[in-house]
Write a protein that binds this ligand. Structure first.
Ligand SMILES: Cc1cc2nc3c(=O)[nH]c(=O)nc-3n(C[C@H](O)[C@H](O)[C@H](O)COP(=O)(O)OP(=O)(O)OC[C@H]3O[C@@H](n4cnc5c(N)ncnc54)[C@H](O)[C@@H]3O)c2cc1C
Length: 477
């Protein structure tokens, strides 16, 4: 029997796992997908919100502000990409000024530091491509951007380093109360734990309702569509540009990413299908039309891909974190700003679980982790030395993003490591660039097959049945 089973390897589950690995406990993270970071955590705006938006007094507001304050130190400790570039909320109508002032006051009440309303002149000096209609903006210097994959893999790897186990391709199908814990039914047989954490994203309501049918929860997947533009467009803006929030959230934003791309989106469309991450023409048209309201001359012809993610929108519109039955802890309704709040979400879940189980701190806990070495960041002499020592760092596999074989091999042999093309892509960016994996896919497949000791025909795009080839050309002769 495990001490703790965490259902869901998104940023919430991995943050909880990392914080719980500070304690002496046997911990297992279970996910239905083939890797961590396959749910909402892989498709979002990647903004570390300063925290002025969430309603004052809500759990969402508290954890957003706490999480965003923790992020800079966490990024150093766990070595993931994060940039405190600051954010601007643009007011394009004089009559909307009261709403801007209200947002400012909400932020001050939430404890966001450095907020200021700035006028058009200062705004244009900061962002030359701002729309001609913009009259003022709310400036939040503590806003930032992060790599959501990098953050989540860092949390997962540090948890694994401190003893947490991961089990993938395992769907939780039922939950039964035992005298001393819970039986977790899965499609790969039962598991048992003294305590269960429900961090199942858009499916957290299903698990909650198995345990507490008298007080059910409803999570509506709220889809957000995006355009991702190439590096050539990455400096079109240098801060995250929001429009004043409306009824359906934060509106369409325009932001640089930590990897030098430009991201535009999202929409906010309520749907029924919890797996419905396909974009629609109507959704993308909406993004296109709204983005131009705050930022002009966006070079949309530099679009390299479009994608969509699903917010886990709970009807009460707040995070729901608490022990709803002895030894059963919900971490549900984690819609935006869940990424920003994740460091604080992890701490809150760990506090609840450790108190419930009476856990002792582990003196051997190691809070550090080193990310995948990117040779591009080294001075030329050190880079040459690295290649002399390990020629795999001299083999460019992904031309668009200049990713080497050495980085891909490293990604595969980490714990938890990459087992698919998408796993390699999220960890190293091989396949993330302009050609969208057109060139490097066959080469990454070869490396995966070789390093994992499987046939190339067993390599998948994203686990399950997503095999890419059925055999090699000359197999039949
Ligand atoms: C369009 C959009 C924009 C966003 N922008 C931002 C932003 O800019 N900043 C920000 O802070 N936040 C943002 N968010 C929110 C943020 O992405 C989420 O809050 C966060 O990723 C939620 O993480 P999670 O771990 O709770 O859920 P998920 O990442 O969805 O993880 C849940 C995991 O549970 C697994 N699972 C589900 N059911 C089962 C089961 N039965 N058995 C086993 N495993 C199961 C899934 O496979 C999944 O891996 C945005 C979200 C969206 C959709």
């Amino acid at each position: 029997m495990y001490d703790i089973i965490i259902i869901g390897g998104g940023v919430s589950g991995c943050a909880a796992a990392r914080e719980l690995s500070r304690y002496q406990a046997d911990i297992l993270v279970v996910d239905k997908e083939e890797d961590v970071c396959c749910g909402t955590t892989k498709a979002n705006s990647a903004i570390v919100h300063a925290g002025y938006d969430a309603a004052h007094g809500s759990l969402m507001a508290r954890l957003n502000v706490e999480g965003s304050k923790m992020m800079p130190a966490l990024a150093k400790e766990l070595d993931f990409a994060y940039d405190q570039c600051g954010s601007l909320v643009i007011c394009i109508n004089e009559e909307d000024r009261p709403a801007l002032q209200k947002l400012y006051e909400n932020g001050v009440a939430n404890g966001v530091e450095g907020l200021r309303i700035i006028e058009r002149d200062e705004l244009v000096a900061m962002e030359p491509h701002i729309a001609d209609e913009a009259v003022a903006a709310l400036w939040a210097p503590t806003g930032g951007i992060v790599c959501p994959f990098g953050l989540t893999y860092a949390l997962a790897e540090n948890a694994a380093k401190n003893g947490v186990k991961f089990q993938f391709d395992t769907t939780v199908t039922g939950l039964t109360r035992l005298d001393d814990g819970w039986r977790v039914e899965t499609d790969r047989g039962p598991l048992e734990a003294r305590c269960v954490v429900n961090a199942a994203g858009v499916y957290a309501d299903k698990l909650h309702n198995m345990v507490q049918p008298d007080d059910p929860m409803t999570i509506v997947p709220r889809r957000g569509d995006y355009f991702l533009l190439d590096h050539t467009a990455g400096d079109h803006v240098s801060h995250t540009i929001f429009q004043l929030p409306g009824k359906y959230g934060k509106g369409v934003l325009v932001t640089p990413t930590v990897h030098g791309n430009l991201l535009i989106g999202p929409t906010a469309i309520d749907i029924e299908d919890k797996e419905g991450t396909a974009t629609t023409a109507a959704g993308l048209d909406e993004v296109r039309a709204k983005a131009g309201l705050a930022v002009k001359d966006i070079p949309l012809r530099q679009t390299i891909t479009s994608f969509a993610g699903l917010r886990a929108h709970e009807l009460r519109h707040d995070f729901f974190i608490g022990e709803i039955a002895p030894g059963f802890v919900d971490c549900a309704g984690i819609e935006s700003p869940g990424l920003s709040g994740s460091p604080a979400i992890g701490v809150m879940v760990a506090d609840i679980v450790s108190q419930s189980l009476g856990l002792e701190k582990d003196p051997a806990f190691d809070p550090t982790r080193k990310g995948i070495l990117d040779p591009k960041t080294l001075p030329m002499e050190e880079r040459n030395e690295l290649i002399r020592h390990n020629p795999a760092y001299g083999q460019i596999i992904c031309r668009c993003e200049s990713i080497t074989e050495g980085e891909i091999i490293d990604a595969i042999h980490r714990v938890p490591g990459a087992r698919s093309l998408d796993g390699v892509k999220r960890r190293t960016r091989a396949g993330m660039g302009r050609c969208q994996a057109g060139f490097c896919s066959p080469r990454v497949m070869e490396i995966l097959a070789r390093e994992l000791g499987v046939e190339q025909s067993a390599v998948t795009k994203s686990g399950g049945g997503s095999r890419i080839i059925v055999g090699t050309n000359k197999d039949v002769y």
